[in-house]
Design a protein around this ligand. Structure first.
Ligand code: DAH
Length: 340
């Protein structure tokens, strides 16, 4: 019996020492001190021993149990300490490590240009009107006084969905929607996408953007048109900008004009941007044709108005010195990042 206790003690010392995990240590505890543990078995077996033997074995077993208990609790403390250390190691944060870099995005130059133009007109009291990109042929052409044989109505110029529906070739169709849904005084601009059957090249794209403008009120004259658009040009291209109005023809305005701005690069002397002329053509405009006002049921004796339309890509190209319109649609970040 004495030997047995010695053996148990030896085994316990070794196993406790070698236990690497709390679970392993607990297994040792159960195997030695548990209900059916080896030491417990010794105590159970003692009832069959003689008095003499009990005197000898009893204290030895007690001693052994006390030692094992002590060793287990020591090892337990060690293992707990180690587990903590391992956890701390895992959770270490290197405060000297550089943070993640977030690169700030940039609005597309076309969006920026639309916003800049819109801001200028909003500061003059205009609000924004919207219309669909898929438009009726009536709103895109007929209601705008465009004759049936106008070249822009050709299948080779406009994308048709069917006889009556097309992809709008200009934002002027929003004029009709506005005239039919609002009463004078009307003062709106309408930025948006347009579509034409053009083969892409440096200055053409089948999809592009325009900003349309429309004002209808009592007593609106050509002087208002010129003052408004001159103000816009100075805000957009710089205070020194001059404007020039050349007679032109549009079916939906009478009289009609094209507006040129003095070249912001050379100031009018002539350079590569203005191709030596000193002027840059930037928009079409005119006094709204009475036939167009009538589509909206507007009293043409009482009210007059002016309208204008400009190509956003063209303005952005001039302003930022972009020489190929296709760059706007490639979404190459090396290009777009330059508009920060
Ligand atoms: N819609 C014309 C175009 O696409 C531009 C234009 C010219 C719009 C004169 C107007 C205007 O509102 O009055 O080229």
């Amino acid at each position: 019996m004495q030997e047995k206790i010695e053996k148990i003690l030896e085994e316990a010392r070794e196993r406790i020492h070698e236990a690497k995990e709390l679970k392993e240590l607990d297994e040792v505890r159960v195997a030695i001190l548990g209900k059916k543990g080896k030491i417990t078995e010794i105590f159970k077996a003692m009832s069959s021993l003689s008095k003499e033997e009990k005197k000898q074995i009893g204290p030895a077993a007690n001693k052994a149990r006390n030692e094992i208990e002590k060793r287990i609790s020591q090892r337990l403390a060690e293992l707990k300490e180690r587990a903590k250390e391992i956890q701390f190691e895992k959770e270490t944060i290197d405060v000297t490590e550089p943070g993640k870099k977030f690169s700030l995005g940039v609005k597309h130059p076309i969006t920026q240009t639309i916003e800049e133009i819109s801001q200028i007109f909003m500061s003059m009291g205009y609000s924004i009107a919207e219309g669909p990109q898929v438009e009726t042929v009536f709103n895109a052409f007929d209601a705008l006084n465009s004759p049936k044989n106008h070249p822009s109505r050709d299948l080779t110029d406009t994308f048709y969905i069917n006889e009556n529906i097309c992809l709008r070739p200009h934002t002027s169709s929003v004029q009709i929607r506005t005239l039919q849904s609002q009463k004078p005084p009307i003062k709106v601009i309408s930025p948006g996408r347009c579509f034409r059957c053009d083969t892409p090249d440096a200055t053409h794209s089948p999809m592009f953007h325009q900003v349309e403008g429309l004002i209808v009120d009592e007593g609106i004259t050509m002087a208002d048109l010129k003052g408004t658009l001159d103000t816009m040009a100075k805000r957009l291209f710089g205070a020194a900008t001059k404007t020039k109005f050349r007679p032109h023809h549009f079916p939906f305005t009478e009289p009609s004009a094209e507006m040129d701005v003095s070249c912001f690069k050379c100031g009018g002397k002539g350079c590569n941007v203005c191709k030596g002329s000193g002027w840059l053509e930037i928009l079409g405009c005119g006094m709204v044709h009475p036939k167009v006002l009538e589509v909206g049921g507007i009293d043409t004796e009482k009210y007059t108005g002016f309208a204008f339309g400009m190509g956003v890509e063209r303005i952005a190209m001039l302003k930022y010195g972009v020489d190929d319109i296709r760059l706007f649609y490639e979404n190459d970040m090396r290009f777009i990042d330059q508009f920060k």
